[in-house]
Design a protein around this ligand. Structure first.
Ligand code: ZN
Ligand code: FE
Length: 255
């Protein structure tokens, strides 16, 4: 049983991702930032689209929905909490729901904050999660519709997944995130090493995603809210995890 994952750039800094069950020949697109890039990726791989798995309603994640659905007859699965805003949605899902994609079980996690209905898709058998704009490599999405507490709960849910879990996110923002992260925890050697690696990858035009939960826990100030060094730097020694997260996110907004 194998899940092949094909990631490709879309728009200015989005990722498109196709996942394919090689045994059953079932293919899903994680979001659909633009129809043409997804179409091209499908034809390169010789795959037929069965599903679109939408993480949230923003146009840079849903613009391709209607065209791809018209061309392929694919079924669009998306967040129950904002179903009215998802073009072409067939199957609204929410926290605790699970469905089959070929031989794989896909679990739905509510991860609100960036938008109120945002969901993530976790495939335990493949050790992979697709988190949209909730978590980025060395970062997280802007808290646009929800509250800081809500976003922190969503991130806390993701970092509770097994450390080896591969994380695919919606955008290539890692270089800017790395530079910001170094201002929050400059003494973190793992972060310093990762920032150098990210710089090298980007200079070569290579993607820095996927990341893993373990790697984020070692390097990202957005989830390292328990770190004594970070708390000391922010002057938040006795604060709650959510409050430390909120301060990191607020500083990133101003960076
Ligand atoms: Zn978004
Ligand atoms: Fe986005």
């Amino acid at each position: 049983m194998a899940l092949e994952i094909h990631q490709f750039p879309c728009l200015s800094d989005n990722f498109g991702v196709l996942i394919h069950d090689t045994e059953r020949g079932v293919t899903a697109s994680i979001d659909a930032p633009e129809a043409e890039a997804v179409r091209r990726a499908l034809s390169e791989k010789g795959w037929r689209l069965s599903y679109i798995l939408t993480t949230h309603h923003h146009a840079d994640h849903t613009d391709g929905n209607l065209a791809l659905k018209a061309e392929t007859g694919c079924v669009i699965i998306g967040p129950k909490g904002e179903a009215a805003k998802i073009p072409g949605i067939d199957t609204p899902v929410g926290d605790g729901d699970a469905f089959r994609l070929g031989s794989f079980q896909v679990q739905v996690l509510d991860t609100p904050g960036h938008t109120l209905g945002h969901i993530s898709y976790y495939i335990p058998q493949a050790g992979v999660a697709f988190v949209g704009d909730t978590m980025f490599a060395l970062g997280c999405g802007r808290v646009i519709e929800g509250t800081m507490e809500m976003m922190w709960s969503s991130l806390a849910k993701l970092i509770a997944l097994p450390p080896a879990t591969k994380i695919y996110c919606g955008h290539e923002y890692t270089l800017a995130n790395a530079k910001f992260s170094l201002t929050i925890e400059p003494e973190n050697a793992a972060l310093v090493a990762r920032a150098a690696e990210v710089e090298q990858l980007r200079a070569q035009g290579k993607a820095t995603v996927p990341t893993t939960i373990g790697e984020e826990l070692a390097t990202s100030p957005f989830v390292r809210v328990a770190s004594a060094a970070i708390r000391k730097r922010l002057g938040l020694e006795g604060a709650t995890d959510a409050a430390v997260f909120a301060e990191v996110r607020a500083r990133k907004n101003k960076a």
